[in-house]
Design a binder for this molecule. Structure first.
Ligand SMILES: CC(C)(COP(=O)(O)OP(=O)(O)OC[C@H]1O[C@@H](n2cnc3c(N)ncnc32)[C@H](O)[C@@H]1OP(=O)(O)O)[C@@H](O)C(=O)NCCC(=O)NCCS
Length: 394
Protein backbone atom coordinates (compact mmCIF):
# COMPACT_ATOMS: atom_id res chain seq x y z
CA UNK A 1 0.00 0.00 0.00
CA UNK A 2 2.96 2.30 0.69
CA UNK A 3 2.02 5.78 1.82
CA UNK A 4 -0.33 6.53 -1.07
CA UNK A 5 -3.41 8.21 0.35
CA UNK A 6 -2.44 7.63 4.00
CA UNK A 7 -2.38 10.39 6.60
CA UNK A 8 -0.84 10.13 10.11
CA UNK A 9 -2.41 12.44 12.68
CA UNK A 10 -3.48 13.08 16.27
CA UNK A 11 -7.09 12.36 17.22
CA UNK A 12 -9.05 15.54 16.50
CA UNK A 13 -10.46 17.23 19.60
CA UNK A 14 -14.16 16.61 20.03
CA UNK A 15 -14.38 13.85 17.40
CA UNK A 16 -16.34 10.74 18.35
CA UNK A 17 -14.02 7.85 19.09
CA UNK A 18 -16.20 5.16 17.50
CA UNK A 19 -13.80 4.00 14.79
CA UNK A 20 -10.69 4.09 17.01
CA UNK A 21 -12.47 2.22 19.84
CA UNK A 22 -13.73 -0.39 17.40
CA UNK A 23 -10.25 -1.01 15.94
CA UNK A 24 -8.74 -1.39 19.43
CA UNK A 25 -11.63 -3.60 20.54
CA UNK A 26 -11.19 -6.02 17.64
CA UNK A 27 -7.39 -6.01 17.93
CA UNK A 28 -7.16 -6.67 21.66
CA UNK A 29 -10.34 -8.64 22.31
CA UNK A 30 -12.20 -6.14 24.46
CA UNK A 31 -15.56 -4.44 24.21
CA UNK A 32 -15.76 -1.13 22.30
CA UNK A 33 -16.89 0.49 25.57
CA UNK A 34 -13.73 -0.68 27.34
CA UNK A 35 -11.61 0.48 24.41
CA UNK A 36 -13.24 3.92 24.50
CA UNK A 37 -12.67 4.10 28.26
CA UNK A 38 -8.99 3.20 27.67
CA UNK A 39 -8.61 6.11 25.22
CA UNK A 40 -10.44 8.56 27.45
CA UNK A 41 -8.70 7.53 30.68
CA UNK A 42 -5.25 7.66 29.06
CA UNK A 43 -6.00 10.92 27.28
CA UNK A 44 -6.72 11.12 23.57
CA UNK A 45 -3.62 13.26 23.06
CA UNK A 46 -1.52 10.09 23.54
CA UNK A 47 -3.16 8.42 20.53
CA UNK A 48 -2.36 8.70 16.85
CA UNK A 49 -4.28 7.36 13.90
CA UNK A 50 -3.78 6.70 10.23
CA UNK A 51 -6.50 7.86 7.87
CA UNK A 52 -7.04 6.25 4.48
CA UNK A 53 -9.20 8.84 2.80
CA UNK A 54 -12.01 9.44 5.28
CA UNK A 55 -11.64 6.06 7.02
CA UNK A 56 -9.62 5.34 10.16
CA UNK A 57 -7.24 2.53 9.16
CA UNK A 58 -5.14 2.14 12.31
CA UNK A 59 -4.21 3.54 15.70
CA UNK A 60 -1.36 3.53 18.18
CA UNK A 61 -0.44 5.18 21.40
CA UNK A 62 2.73 7.12 22.34
CA UNK A 63 3.54 7.26 26.05
CA UNK A 64 6.18 9.74 27.25
CA UNK A 65 8.38 8.44 30.09
CA UNK A 66 11.99 7.49 30.72
CA UNK A 67 14.14 4.40 31.16
CA UNK A 68 17.02 3.92 33.57
CA UNK A 69 20.46 2.99 32.30
CA UNK A 70 23.55 3.42 34.43
CA UNK A 71 21.55 5.23 37.10
CA UNK A 72 20.22 7.96 34.81
CA UNK A 73 16.80 8.37 33.26
CA UNK A 74 16.90 8.52 29.45
CA UNK A 75 13.81 9.97 27.70
CA UNK A 76 11.80 7.11 26.22
CA UNK A 77 8.58 7.12 24.24
CA UNK A 78 6.61 3.93 24.81
CA UNK A 79 4.50 2.56 21.97
CA UNK A 80 1.33 0.63 22.76
CA UNK A 81 -2.06 -0.16 21.30
CA UNK A 82 -0.74 -0.77 17.77
CA UNK A 83 -3.84 -1.89 15.88
CA UNK A 84 -4.98 -1.99 12.27
CA UNK A 85 -8.58 -2.31 11.11
CA UNK A 86 -8.98 -5.87 9.73
CA UNK A 87 -10.05 -4.39 6.39
CA UNK A 88 -6.63 -2.73 6.02
CA UNK A 89 -4.34 -5.49 7.31
CA UNK A 90 -1.57 -7.10 5.28
CA UNK A 91 -0.98 -4.00 3.14
CA UNK A 92 1.83 -2.28 5.03
CA UNK A 93 -0.35 0.11 7.06
CA UNK A 94 1.20 -0.82 10.43
CA UNK A 95 4.72 -0.48 9.06
CA UNK A 96 3.94 2.92 7.56
CA UNK A 97 2.31 4.06 10.81
CA UNK A 98 5.32 2.89 12.87
CA UNK A 99 7.67 4.68 10.48
CA UNK A 100 5.70 7.91 10.92
CA UNK A 101 5.58 7.46 14.69
CA UNK A 102 9.34 6.93 14.89
CA UNK A 103 9.92 10.10 12.85
CA UNK A 104 7.55 12.02 15.12
CA UNK A 105 9.50 10.86 18.19
CA UNK A 106 12.67 12.20 16.57
CA UNK A 107 11.06 15.59 16.08
CA UNK A 108 9.74 15.60 19.66
CA UNK A 109 13.14 15.00 21.26
CA UNK A 110 12.89 11.38 22.45
CA UNK A 111 16.15 9.52 22.89
CA UNK A 112 14.76 5.98 22.82
CA UNK A 113 11.52 4.25 22.02
CA UNK A 114 10.34 1.05 23.66
CA UNK A 115 7.49 -1.39 23.21
CA UNK A 116 6.23 -4.86 24.01
CA UNK A 117 6.20 -6.82 20.78
CA UNK A 118 3.60 -9.36 19.80
CA UNK A 119 5.54 -10.08 16.57
CA UNK A 120 8.99 -8.79 15.78
CA UNK A 121 9.08 -8.35 11.94
CA UNK A 122 6.93 -5.22 12.00
CA UNK A 123 9.08 -3.48 14.61
CA UNK A 124 12.41 -4.74 13.32
CA UNK A 125 11.56 -3.21 9.97
CA UNK A 126 11.71 0.26 11.57
CA UNK A 127 14.82 -0.33 13.68
CA UNK A 128 13.57 -1.88 16.94
CA UNK A 129 15.39 -4.86 18.42
CA UNK A 130 14.73 -7.09 21.37
CA UNK A 131 16.22 -5.55 24.49
CA UNK A 132 14.91 -7.80 27.20
CA UNK A 133 12.44 -10.39 28.38
CA UNK A 134 9.75 -10.04 31.01
CA UNK A 135 9.22 -13.04 33.24
CA UNK A 136 6.54 -13.93 35.75
CA UNK A 137 8.53 -15.08 38.76
CA UNK A 138 6.89 -17.42 41.22
CA UNK A 139 8.45 -18.00 44.64
CA UNK A 140 7.04 -20.45 47.20
CA UNK A 141 6.30 -18.32 50.25
CA UNK A 142 7.92 -20.77 52.65
CA UNK A 143 11.28 -19.91 51.04
CA UNK A 144 11.07 -16.34 52.31
CA UNK A 145 12.81 -15.54 55.59
CA UNK A 146 10.90 -14.56 58.73
CA UNK A 147 10.95 -11.14 60.32
CA UNK A 148 8.85 -8.72 62.27
CA UNK A 149 9.20 -5.27 60.71
CA UNK A 150 5.95 -3.34 60.71
CA UNK A 151 4.17 -2.55 57.47
CA UNK A 152 1.26 -0.13 57.23
CA UNK A 153 -1.39 -0.15 54.53
CA UNK A 154 -1.52 2.89 52.29
CA UNK A 155 -4.92 4.43 51.64
CA UNK A 156 -6.17 4.35 48.06
CA UNK A 157 -4.86 7.31 46.09
CA UNK A 158 -1.56 7.50 47.99
CA UNK A 159 0.68 6.06 45.27
CA UNK A 160 2.50 9.41 45.17
CA UNK A 161 4.09 8.45 48.50
CA UNK A 162 6.06 5.53 47.08
CA UNK A 163 7.54 7.42 44.15
CA UNK A 164 10.84 8.31 45.85
CA UNK A 165 11.35 4.73 46.96
CA UNK A 166 10.51 3.44 43.48
CA UNK A 167 12.96 5.85 41.89
CA UNK A 168 15.75 4.80 44.27
CA UNK A 169 15.03 1.17 43.36
CA UNK A 170 14.49 1.58 39.64
CA UNK A 171 17.51 3.78 39.05
CA UNK A 172 19.69 0.87 40.21
CA UNK A 173 18.01 -1.60 37.87
CA UNK A 174 18.86 -1.05 34.20
CA UNK A 175 15.78 -1.22 31.99
CA UNK A 176 13.30 -0.18 34.68
CA UNK A 177 10.99 2.61 33.62
CA UNK A 178 11.12 6.14 34.91
CA UNK A 179 7.35 5.98 34.97
CA UNK A 180 5.11 8.70 33.69
CA UNK A 181 1.46 9.28 34.67
CA UNK A 182 0.18 6.49 32.37
CA UNK A 183 2.17 3.73 34.10
CA UNK A 184 1.75 5.17 37.59
CA UNK A 185 -2.02 5.18 37.11
CA UNK A 186 -1.91 1.39 36.68
CA UNK A 187 -0.08 0.59 39.93
CA UNK A 188 -3.08 0.91 42.26
CA UNK A 189 -5.49 -0.58 39.79
CA UNK A 190 -4.18 -3.16 37.37
CA UNK A 191 -6.66 -3.62 34.52
CA UNK A 192 -9.66 -3.29 36.84
CA UNK A 193 -8.22 -5.18 39.83
CA UNK A 194 -7.60 -2.94 42.85
CA UNK A 195 -4.18 -3.45 44.46
CA UNK A 196 -3.38 -2.92 48.13
CA UNK A 197 -0.25 -0.95 48.92
CA UNK A 198 1.90 -1.60 52.02
CA UNK A 199 4.98 0.30 53.18
CA UNK A 200 7.63 0.12 55.87
CA UNK A 201 9.46 3.23 57.05
CA UNK A 202 12.93 3.94 58.42
CA UNK A 203 13.67 5.86 61.64
CA UNK A 204 13.13 9.18 59.86
CA UNK A 205 9.72 8.11 58.59
CA UNK A 206 10.85 7.68 54.98
CA UNK A 207 9.48 4.74 53.05
CA UNK A 208 12.21 2.11 52.92
CA UNK A 209 10.28 -0.58 51.05
CA UNK A 210 6.82 -1.00 49.58
CA UNK A 211 4.68 -3.48 47.74
CA UNK A 212 1.37 -3.46 45.84
CA UNK A 213 -0.40 -6.79 45.87
CA UNK A 214 -3.61 -8.69 45.37
CA UNK A 215 -4.60 -12.00 46.99
CA UNK A 216 -5.97 -14.19 44.24
CA UNK A 217 -8.22 -16.91 45.61
CA UNK A 218 -8.78 -20.29 44.04
CA UNK A 219 -12.16 -21.74 43.03
CA UNK A 220 -11.15 -24.74 45.10
CA UNK A 221 -11.06 -23.63 48.77
CA UNK A 222 -8.57 -26.43 49.50
CA UNK A 223 -6.06 -24.83 47.15
CA UNK A 224 -3.84 -22.06 48.51
CA UNK A 225 -4.20 -18.49 47.30
CA UNK A 226 -1.59 -16.79 45.13
CA UNK A 227 -0.15 -13.48 46.22
CA UNK A 228 0.08 -11.43 43.02
CA UNK A 229 2.50 -8.53 43.34
CA UNK A 230 2.21 -5.81 40.72
CA UNK A 231 4.88 -3.54 42.10
CA UNK A 232 7.59 -3.61 44.73
CA UNK A 233 10.65 -1.60 45.59
CA UNK A 234 13.18 -1.01 48.35
CA UNK A 235 15.92 1.53 49.04
CA UNK A 236 18.17 -0.58 51.26
CA UNK A 237 19.11 -4.24 51.92
CA UNK A 238 17.21 -3.94 55.24
CA UNK A 239 14.15 -2.80 53.31
CA UNK A 240 14.49 -5.78 50.96
CA UNK A 241 14.72 -8.23 53.86
CA UNK A 242 11.73 -6.60 55.56
CA UNK A 243 9.74 -6.84 52.34
CA UNK A 244 10.56 -10.51 51.91
CA UNK A 245 9.54 -11.22 55.50
CA UNK A 246 6.30 -9.29 55.04
CA UNK A 247 5.43 -11.37 51.98
CA UNK A 248 6.42 -14.54 53.85
CA UNK A 249 3.85 -13.63 56.48
CA UNK A 250 1.09 -14.49 54.00
CA UNK A 251 2.23 -18.12 53.84
CA UNK A 252 -0.58 -19.53 55.99
CA UNK A 253 -3.13 -18.65 53.31
CA UNK A 254 -1.12 -18.23 50.11
CA UNK A 255 1.26 -20.81 48.67
CA UNK A 256 3.41 -18.57 46.52
CA UNK A 257 4.06 -15.00 45.51
CA UNK A 258 4.32 -13.90 41.89
CA UNK A 259 5.93 -10.75 40.54
CA UNK A 260 7.51 -9.61 37.28
CA UNK A 261 11.12 -9.01 36.36
CA UNK A 262 14.17 -10.80 35.05
CA UNK A 263 16.65 -13.42 36.25
CA UNK A 264 18.75 -10.69 37.90
CA UNK A 265 15.90 -9.57 40.20
CA UNK A 266 17.54 -8.61 43.54
CA UNK A 267 14.93 -10.55 45.53
CA UNK A 268 15.97 -13.77 43.80
CA UNK A 269 19.60 -13.01 44.56
CA UNK A 270 18.71 -12.83 48.26
CA UNK A 271 17.00 -16.23 48.40
CA UNK A 272 18.84 -19.15 49.97
CA UNK A 273 16.99 -21.63 47.79
CA UNK A 274 16.79 -22.29 44.07
CA UNK A 275 13.24 -23.63 43.97
CA UNK A 276 11.52 -20.72 42.30
CA UNK A 277 10.10 -20.67 38.78
CA UNK A 278 10.12 -18.16 35.94
CA UNK A 279 7.73 -18.06 32.99
CA UNK A 280 8.66 -15.98 29.98
CA UNK A 281 5.61 -13.82 29.32
CA UNK A 282 6.73 -10.95 27.08
CA UNK A 283 9.54 -9.53 24.99
CA UNK A 284 10.36 -5.85 24.96
CA UNK A 285 12.17 -4.00 22.24
CA UNK A 286 14.05 -0.73 21.99
CA UNK A 287 14.86 1.68 19.19
CA UNK A 288 17.45 4.41 19.31
CA UNK A 289 15.65 7.54 18.18
CA UNK A 290 18.56 9.92 18.65
CA UNK A 291 22.12 8.56 18.95
CA UNK A 292 23.54 11.53 20.80
CA UNK A 293 20.65 11.89 23.27
CA UNK A 294 20.54 8.14 23.93
CA UNK A 295 24.26 7.65 24.52
CA UNK A 296 25.00 10.90 26.34
CA UNK A 297 21.79 10.72 28.41
CA UNK A 298 22.57 7.41 30.10
CA UNK A 299 25.06 6.76 32.87
CA UNK A 300 28.14 4.54 32.74
CA UNK A 301 30.26 3.00 35.47
CA UNK A 302 32.19 5.90 36.96
CA UNK A 303 35.66 4.38 36.74
CA UNK A 304 35.18 3.14 33.20
CA UNK A 305 37.34 4.85 30.58
CA UNK A 306 37.15 3.76 27.01
CA UNK A 307 36.11 4.69 23.51
CA UNK A 308 34.47 2.92 20.62
CA UNK A 309 33.79 3.98 17.06
CA UNK A 310 31.06 2.56 14.91
CA UNK A 311 29.45 3.09 11.54
CA UNK A 312 25.67 3.12 11.89
CA UNK A 313 23.24 2.08 9.18
CA UNK A 314 19.88 3.58 10.18
CA UNK A 315 16.92 2.59 8.03
CA UNK A 316 14.59 5.40 9.21
CA UNK A 317 16.89 8.28 10.16
CA UNK A 318 19.26 8.33 7.22
CA UNK A 319 20.76 11.54 8.61
CA UNK A 320 21.93 9.45 11.59
CA UNK A 321 23.73 6.93 9.44
CA UNK A 322 27.49 7.21 9.25
CA UNK A 323 30.45 7.29 11.60
CA UNK A 324 30.19 7.93 15.34
CA UNK A 325 32.54 7.83 18.30
CA UNK A 326 31.55 7.32 21.95
CA UNK A 327 34.06 8.21 24.66
CA UNK A 328 33.50 7.48 28.34
CA UNK A 329 34.86 9.39 31.28
CA UNK A 330 33.71 10.14 34.82
CA UNK A 331 30.49 8.16 34.50
CA UNK A 332 29.33 10.02 31.39
CA UNK A 333 29.54 9.50 27.65
CA UNK A 334 30.56 11.98 24.99
CA UNK A 335 29.40 11.38 21.44
CA UNK A 336 30.93 12.91 18.35
CA UNK A 337 30.82 12.40 14.61
CA UNK A 338 33.81 10.68 13.08
CA UNK A 339 36.05 7.76 13.94
CA UNK A 340 36.45 5.68 10.82
CA UNK A 341 38.00 2.64 12.45
CA UNK A 342 34.96 1.02 14.06
CA UNK A 343 32.56 -1.85 13.47
CA UNK A 344 29.58 -1.45 11.15
CA UNK A 345 26.22 -1.94 12.81
CA UNK A 346 22.53 -1.66 12.09
CA UNK A 347 20.03 0.48 14.00
CA UNK A 348 18.72 -2.79 15.46
CA UNK A 349 22.17 -3.75 16.76
CA UNK A 350 22.60 -0.34 18.38
CA UNK A 351 19.23 -0.76 20.11
CA UNK A 352 20.23 -4.17 21.45
CA UNK A 353 23.57 -2.80 22.67
CA UNK A 354 21.85 0.12 24.41
CA UNK A 355 19.48 -2.28 26.11
CA UNK A 356 22.37 -4.35 27.46
CA UNK A 357 20.58 -7.47 26.33
CA UNK A 358 23.19 -8.92 23.99
CA UNK A 359 26.91 -8.35 23.66
CA UNK A 360 28.52 -7.02 20.49
CA UNK A 361 30.11 -10.45 20.00
CA UNK A 362 26.69 -12.08 20.10
CA UNK A 363 25.25 -9.48 17.73
CA UNK A 364 28.08 -10.15 15.29
CA UNK A 365 27.16 -13.82 15.45
CA UNK A 366 23.60 -12.82 14.51
CA UNK A 367 24.79 -10.80 11.50
CA UNK A 368 23.83 -7.42 12.94
CA UNK A 369 27.41 -6.22 13.43
CA UNK A 370 30.37 -6.46 11.04
CA UNK A 371 33.82 -5.98 12.46
CA UNK A 372 37.02 -7.62 13.64
CA UNK A 373 37.62 -8.75 17.22
CA UNK A 374 39.23 -5.47 18.28
CA UNK A 375 36.34 -3.39 16.90
CA UNK A 376 33.73 -5.59 18.52
CA UNK A 377 35.56 -5.75 21.85
CA UNK A 378 35.68 -1.95 21.94
CA UNK A 379 31.86 -1.94 21.71
CA UNK A 380 31.62 -4.49 24.51
CA UNK A 381 33.65 -2.21 26.79
CA UNK A 382 31.38 0.81 26.33
CA UNK A 383 28.10 -1.17 26.16
CA UNK A 384 28.41 -3.74 28.96
CA UNK A 385 25.59 -6.31 29.03
CA UNK A 386 23.81 -5.48 32.27
CA UNK A 387 21.03 -8.03 32.76
CA UNK A 388 18.42 -5.32 32.28
CA UNK A 389 14.78 -5.99 33.08
CA UNK A 390 11.44 -4.19 32.81
CA UNK A 391 8.75 -5.33 35.26
CA UNK A 392 6.14 -2.81 34.04
CA UNK A 393 3.88 -3.71 31.16
CA UNK A 394 2.46 -0.86 29.09
C1 LIG B 1 -0.24 -6.81 13.91
C2 LIG B 1 -0.94 -5.76 13.04
C3 LIG B 1 -0.78 -4.40 13.71
C4 LIG B 1 -0.23 -5.77 11.68
O1 LIG B 1 -0.82 -4.79 10.85
P1 LIG B 1 -0.63 -4.83 9.26
O2 LIG B 1 -0.98 -3.50 8.73
O3 LIG B 1 -1.34 -6.00 8.72
O4 LIG B 1 0.96 -5.08 9.17
P2 LIG B 1 1.86 -4.75 7.91
O5 LIG B 1 1.13 -5.13 6.66
O6 LIG B 1 2.37 -3.37 7.99
O7 LIG B 1 3.07 -5.80 8.12
C5 LIG B 1 4.30 -5.41 8.64
C6 LIG B 1 5.13 -6.64 8.93
O8 LIG B 1 4.60 -7.34 10.05
C7 LIG B 1 4.35 -8.69 9.70
N1 LIG B 1 3.13 -9.13 10.38
C8 LIG B 1 1.92 -8.57 10.28
N2 LIG B 1 1.04 -9.27 11.02
C9 LIG B 1 1.72 -10.29 11.59
C10 LIG B 1 1.38 -11.36 12.45
N3 LIG B 1 0.13 -11.51 12.91
N4 LIG B 1 2.34 -12.20 12.84
C11 LIG B 1 3.61 -12.07 12.40
N5 LIG B 1 4.00 -11.07 11.57
C12 LIG B 1 3.06 -10.20 11.16
C13 LIG B 1 4.17 -8.69 8.21
O9 LIG B 1 4.45 -9.96 7.67
C14 LIG B 1 5.15 -7.64 7.77
O10 LIG B 1 6.48 -8.18 7.76
P3 LIG B 1 7.16 -8.68 6.37
O11 LIG B 1 7.11 -7.51 5.47
O12 LIG B 1 8.53 -9.06 6.82
O13 LIG B 1 6.33 -9.81 5.90
C15 LIG B 1 -2.43 -6.12 12.83
O14 LIG B 1 -2.52 -7.44 12.35
C16 LIG B 1 -3.25 -6.02 14.11
O15 LIG B 1 -3.86 -5.00 14.37
N6 LIG B 1 -3.24 -7.12 14.89
C17 LIG B 1 -3.93 -7.17 16.19
C18 LIG B 1 -3.26 -6.30 17.25
C19 LIG B 1 -1.79 -6.58 17.43
O16 LIG B 1 -1.33 -7.72 17.43
N7 LIG B 1 -1.01 -5.49 17.62
C20 LIG B 1 0.41 -5.57 17.84
C21 LIG B 1 0.67 -5.55 19.28
S1 LIG B 1 2.41 -5.48 19.61
Amino acid sequence: MGDVGLRYETLPLGSDLDAEAKILAIAFGMSPEKAREWIERSGRTLFRRVMAGDRVASVLMLIPMGIYYGGRSVPLTGVAGVAVDPGFRGRGVARWMMHEAVREMGREGAALSGLYSAMHPLYRSVGFEQAGCRFRISVPLHLLPGGSRQFEELPTGAVEQVKNCYQAWASRCDGHLDRGPYVWARIENWRGTPMRGFVTRDDRGEIEAYVYLHQAGSADPCQPQVLEVTDLGARTPGGMRALMAFLGGFSSIAGRVTFFGGPSHPLLGMLDDRRYAMDLTDHWMLRVIDVRRALEGRGYARGLRGAASFELVDQVFEEQSGHWRLELEGGGGHVSRGGHDGARLTDRALAALCGGHLSARQLRLMGLIEGDDAQVDALDVVFPASGSSMPDMF
